[in-house]
Write a new protein. Sequence first.
Length: 169
Amino acid sequence: MKILKFDEFKNESFLHSGFWTINTTIILSDEFNLTDSSEKNILNINKFLNKNKNKNIRLYHGTHPNIPILEDGLLTTKLKTKKSYQSQVGFVYLSIYPDSAKLFGNIAYGINNAVVYQVDIPILYLKPDLDQLYNSGSLNKTLGDSAVHGHGFRVKGDIPPYMITKTDL
């Protein structure tokens, strides 16, 4: 599924009513215990995410304060911009927790003032964060595993500005 530019999105949204509904934004940490790594909990998270795939989920991204995110959006990792050996080109990485996003931003840029952005994005765009799953030792690669073991996800492609809001963190 390709993320649409805003004009394309507006046209598409008339065809798929309810696709982009701000009032249905899901805060995953409010719905589930993300410290419970039991198979049952992960299965329930996967079922929930699949059932709600057309709803938005609120996630976070931390980055350098000089990057014009609200103008350009969150751009995918490129070979030149890659900050982690494990990060894969073509993805944007998002965290469930704003504090984790800030930490990742600080580490990536060697700073202590990373800016955190809130991203409200349809669940259907999410992919498991294979980097964090690998680091956690998880052998499973589902969205539920990514939520529990990696506390985040990744998205294939750029994330446009209309899905992003700057936070006060």
